[in-house]
Design a binder for this molecule. Structure first.
Ligand code: MN
Ligand code: MN
Length: 460
């Protein structure tokens, strides 16, 4: 079961292809640090490639025919794009799915307060984080503040060279004797993840003058009042761009690889397609990190609704056809896997773990404690996938997320499998998963892109 190191495929000039692709990916994750930013970015890009907003197609009463390209945005936080194939939709689709939300610190609804002449903001962490990793690093604020009249004010503070950053303090080592004895889960408590945002008192203000100064800045610069924070979605994320990692520049360190590292090659694969036989779809969803809940998570019916609308625009709608279209589909549910880490070998079973440089990772199952909560893909489907990848010389490996009973994880795969379709987990291996800065291999990103292209074109 030896898998070649995929870098061996790329000698000399061939490495340029990887670099060009990864430079564009670095720009994507450096710019898109929230689910909203991902959706706006992708929508702009795919519009240039001829994708039309399905809601406009419906409003104009237009018909859809094979090779038409449409997309649906769900509340600006999830997106589905379709290239309609020659085969009837009820014979199924080839689907790529990934999530675009990442672990971070969300700003509370009543966040700003003053203490000891300092202004701070309360947060509530989102997703699974080691809280101690989020202190004493530069943070940026990304998100939207929506005014009562419906105006949405986009916020990005901390990404430009001359922008200020914010952050959460840590206790100095000199006074940390007691703290250092605590278990890692208690070293930093969730309610103590408070972001320092200011320290100058507003002239002539008696009550909470430092907070008043911050509110003045928010009002002057962004036209935001304290009450407007009630209808805001602000996320504190690691500030700064993704960078090459390693002296040989073979890897990328960046925030939010999980799971934009699968989202990016997935939608790029859609853009690479010529005419297609089967309808091809890319799904970028929100809320995976907190259980795929809500109207923008995979449990939402927005995708199923879009399939129904598309059948209707083709003059073919029936409830039965919607069900058949979903049940006959094949999906790569893409999410990051854990890359083997020589610093922590004890949690990995060496034969069944993902390695940097060995290409796209296939996880037949995820879950924990005896595969609990996993979508365990069918052997028959895995055989089809092997054929497509081997025929197209895609480097891939199979893996589990760690040793049996070490822990585990989940993805969106099991939700789509509820329709009765074939789904398997696949994706890119990362180190430091869920840390502020995650690491991945460039060749794995590129091989994933090649794998997704082959899957869309050739999966029967
Ligand atoms: Mn993920
Ligand atoms: Mn995750």
């Amino acid at each position: 079961m030896l898998r070649e190191n995929a870098w061996k495929k790329y000698n000399g000039e061939k490495r340029e292809k990887i670099n060009t692709f990864c430079e564009a990916y670095k720009h994507f994750i450096s710019t898109c640090k929230t689910e909203r930013e991902c959706v706006s970015f992708v929508a702009e890009e795919i519009k240039k490639a001829g994708y039309k907003d399905l809601r406009e197609v419906i409003a104009q009463g237009k018909e859809l025919k094979p090779q038409d390209k449409v997309y649906v945005q769900q509340m600006g936080k999830a997106l589905a794009m379709f290239q309609i194939g020659e085969m009837p939709l009820e014979q199924g689709m080839n689907l790529l799915g990934a999530h675009i939300d990442s672990p971070r610190l969300d700003i509370k609804q009543d966040p700003i307060y003053e203490e000891a002449d300092l202004a701070l903001m309360d947060t509530h962490y989102y997703g699974g984080v080691k809280k101690y990793q989020w202190v004493a690093i530069p943070l940026a604020l990304h998100g939207v503040v929506v005014k009562k009249d419906g105006t949405s004010i986009p916020i990005v503070i901390g990404e430009e060279e001359d922008d200020p950053v914010v952050g959460i303090s840590d206790l100095l080592i000199h006074l940390a004797q007691k703290q250092m004895e605590k278990p890692a889960s208690k070293v930093i408590e969730g309610e103590d993840l408070n972001i320092l945002i200011g320290s100058i008192p507003l002239e002539g203000e008696e009550k909470e003058p430092v907070k008043a100064q911050i509110l003045k800045i928010l009002s002057e610069k962004y036209n935001i009042t304290e009450e407007d924070m009630t209808s805001a979605e602000l996320e504190a994320v690691p500030a700064g761009k993704a960078r090459d990692y390693g002296l040989d520049r073979s890897m990328i360190m960046g925030y939010g690889h999980d799971d934009r590292i699968c989202a990016y090659p997935s939608y790029q694969a859609m853009l690479s397609l010529g005419n297609v036989k089967k309808t091809c779809v890319c799904l970028l969803v929100d809320k995976e990190e907190i259980g795929s809940v809500g109207a923008t998570g995979m449990h939402s019916r927005f995708f199923e609704n879009a399939v129904a609308e598309i059948l209707n625009c083709m003059g073919e709608y029936s409830e039965l056809k919607v069900r058949r279209a979903l049940a006959n589909s094949k999906m790569l549910s893409s999410d990051v896997s854990a890359a083997f880490d020589p610093n922590y070998p004890s949690v990995m079973e060496k034969k069944n773990t993902a390695y940097f440089g060995k290409g796209l990772t296939i996880n037949k199952y995820t879950g924990s404690r005896g595969k609990s909560g996993s979508n365990d893909a069918n052997a028959e489907y895995l055989a089809q996938i092997r054929k497509v990848f081997d025929d197209n010389e895609v480097a891939y490996q199979t893996a589990e997320l760690g040793k049996v009973d070490e822990g585990g994880g989940g993805t969106i795969a099991y939700i789509m499998a509820n329709y009765g379709m074939d789904v398997v987990d696949s994706g890119v291996a990362v180190q430091n998963m869920h840390a502020p800065w995650e690491v991945a291999s460039k060749v794995d990103i590129y091989e994933s892109y090649l794998g997704y292209c082959a899957f869309l074109r050739e999966m029967q």
